[in-house]
Design a protein around this ligand. Structure first.
Ligand code: PMP
Length: 449
C-alpha cells in the first residue's frame, strides 16, 4: 500500500466520490478506511470504530467471513470469468440462481436474472415490466408508480422512479411517465396525519385517484421498498403494502418490491414484503446477496411472470443484461454468502439486535431534544431524524448533523449521514455488547450537537 501522504494527496487529486461534491472532498478529505475485521473498521490514522453502516447497508456477515473469501478465491483459480449471455452458463451461477429462488420461494419468486448491483436490478425489473405487458397484448402499459422518499438507485430508470429530488434535479429530463405517490411517512406528510393506518388509507386513495387520472391501462408497475431505507428508514403501517398489492391486482399493475436493502435478513426476515404478508410479482435484490464482498444484484420474477416470457414468441427474448451478469466469481460469492446467512440464521439476530438498537435510540431521544423522530423496529435498519426545534420539526442544519456524525465516529461508531437523518444498518452478526457500544457512541455524538 502507498504511504499515507500519497493516498491523501491523490484522493484529492484523482478520485471523485459518488454522492458528494468533488470540491468538498478536496477541502475536507474523507476518512480513508484501510482495514476491517468482524464489525470493526480502521482508518488510515489507525482509529478503529464499529461500522454501524455495514459498509452501505450491505456487509451483513461482517468483514471476516472466511467462507466467502475462500469461495471467491477458489472460483478465481478455476474460472475467473465467463459470459452468461444466452448460449453459455457456468456452474456457480446455476447454483446461485437455485439458492436465491429457494430463499424467496415463499415470496413467489421463481427465476433470477443476475446483474452487477441494485441500480442494474431496478433497471432490469422496469424493462421486464414493460415487456411483460407488451407480451400480453397491452403495449400501452408503460408508466411507473413509485413512492416519494423511495430510493431505487441512480440509473436513468431508477432515478426516474426515485422519490428524492436530490437524485433527480441535476439530471432531468428523466424517463417520462413516472408518477410519485406520497410516502407512508407519519412524521411529515401533506395530510398532517400521524396515525400510520389512516395515512395508509389516504395514500391508497391518492393511488386510486392517480390511476384513474393516468388511466390504469397506461401503467406497467408500482415499484416500492417494503420499508423505505435510504429515505430515512420509513416503516409503513402493516396495512400499507397489502393495500398497494390489492390496488395493483385490481388494475392489472405489476408490483415490484425493491428489496435491495431489506432482503437477506436485514429487515428481520428474509424479505421485507414477508413482514406485510405480500407476494410481489418481481423483486430486486443486491447488497446482502454477497455481503458486499463482490458486486452482484438480481431481478427476480414470479412463476406467473416467468410463464409469460417463457411461453412467448421471439418477442419474449430479454435484450438487456450486463457483461458481469451471472459473473462466476460473484455467483460463488452468492452461494457462500447465502450458505453462511442460512447457517447462522441471521434474520434472528437482525430482529433481536434491531429491537435493541431501536429501543436504545428511543431512550436517547428522551435525553436529546435534537432527536425529532426515531424509526426502525424491523431488523437492523434504524434512523434518527434530527431537528432544530421539536415543536416546529424544523430540520437540523447539515453542519449540526455532520458534527454529531463526527463526534459519534470519534466515540466509536460510524453511522450514516443523510441530513437531517442519521441511519444505522450494522452487520447482522453484531453482538449485544457491540450494539451497546454503538448506542453510547451515538449518545456522545448527540451531546456534541
Ligand atoms: N434500491 C434500493 C432500495 C437501494 O437501497 C439501493 C442502494 N442503496 C439501490 C436500489 C441501488 O443499489 P446500488 O447502489 O447497488 O446500485
Amino acid at each position: 500500500m502507498k504511504d499515507d501522504n500519497f493516498l491523501k494527496e491523490h484522493n484529492a487529486r484523482h478520485l471523485w466520490h459518488p454522492m458528494g461534491h468533488p470540491g468538498e472532498s478536496q477541502a475536507h478529505p474523507p476518512k480513508i478506511i484501510t482495514d476491517a475485521a468482524g464489525v470493526t473498521i480502521t482508518d488510515i490514522d489507525g482509529h478503529s470504530t464499529i461500522d454501524a453502516v455495514g459498509g452501505l447497508w450491505c456487509v451483513n456477515l461482517g468483514y471476516s467471513n472466511d467462507a466467502i473469501k475462500q469461495a471467491i478465491s477458489d472460483q478465481l483459480a478455476r474460472l475467473p470469468y465467463y459470459s452468461a449471455f444466452a448460449g453459455t452458463s457456468n456452474p456457480a451461477a446455476i447454483e446461485a440462481s437455485q439458492m436465491v429462488c429457494d430463499l424467496f420461494a415463499e415470496d413467489g419468486m421463481a427465476r433470477a436474472f443476475f446483474t452487477s448491483g441494485g441500480s442494474d436490478s431496478v433497471d432490469v425489473a422496469l424493462r421486464l415490466a414493460r415487456q411483460y405487458h407488451r407480451l400480453r397484448g397491452e403495449p400501452t402499459r408503460t408508466k411507473f408508480l413509485s413512492l416519494k422518499k423511495g430510493y431505487h438507485g441512480t440509473h436513468f430508470g431508477g432515478a426516474s422512479v426515485n422519490g428524492n429530488p436530490r437524485f433527480r434535479h441535476g439530471y432531468e429530463p428523466l424517463l417520462p411517465g413516472c408518477v410519485h405517490l406520497p410516502a407512508p411517512y407519519t412524521y411529515r406528510n401533506p395530510f398532517h396525519e400521524s396515525d400510520p393506518a389512516r395515512l395508509a388509507q389516504l395514500i391508497a386513495q391518492a393511488a386510486e385517484d392517480e390511476i384513474a387520472f393516468q388511466g390504469a391501462d397506461t401503467i406497467a408497475a408500482l415499484i416500492m421498498e417494503p420499508i423505505l431505507g435510504a429515505g430515512g428508514v420509513i416503516v409503513p403501517d402493516e396495512s400499507f403494502m397489502p393495500l398497494m398489492r390489492e390496488i395493483c391486482d385490481r388494475h392489472g399493475i405489476l408490483l415490484i418490491s425493491d428489496e435491495v436493502i431489506t432482503g437477506f435478513g436485514r429487515s428481520g426476515d428474509w424479505s421485507g414484503a414477508r413482514h406485510w404478508g405480500v407476494a410481489p410479482d418481481m423483486m430486486t435484490v443486491a447488497k446482502g446477496i454477497t455481503s458486499g464482498y463482490f458486486p452482484v444484484g438480481a431481478a427476480l420474477v414470479s412463476g406467473a411472470v416467468a410463464e409469460v416470457f417463457e411461453g412467448a414468441d421471439a418477442n419474449g427474448a430479454i435484450y438487456t443484461g450486463y457483461t458481469y451478469s451471472a459473473h462466476p466469481v460473484g455467483a460463488a460469492a452468492v452461494v457462500a454468502t447465502l450458505t453462511e446467512t442460512l447457517r447462522l440464521d441471521l434474520r434472528e439476530n437482525a430482529a433481536a439486535r434491531g429491537r435493541q438498537l431501536f429501543e436504545g435510540c428511543q431512550r436517547l431521544a428522551e435525553t436529546h431534544a435534537i432527536v425529532g423522530d426515531v424509526r426502525g423496529g424491523h431488523g437492523l435498519m434504524t434512523a434518527l431524524e434530527l431537528v432544530s426545534d421539536r415543536a416546529t420539526k424544523a430540520p437540523a442544519d447539515p453542519a449540526t448533523v455532520k458534527r454529531v456524525h463526527q463526534a459519534a465516529y470519534e466515540a466509536g461508531a460510524m453511522v450514516r449521514m443523510g441530513p437531517p437523518n442519521l441511519m444505522m444498518s450494522p452487520p447482522l452478526t453484531i453482538s449485544e455488547a457491540e450494539i451497546d457500544t454503538v448506542l453510547s457512541a451515538l449518545d456522545a455524538g448527540l451531546s456534541a450537537a
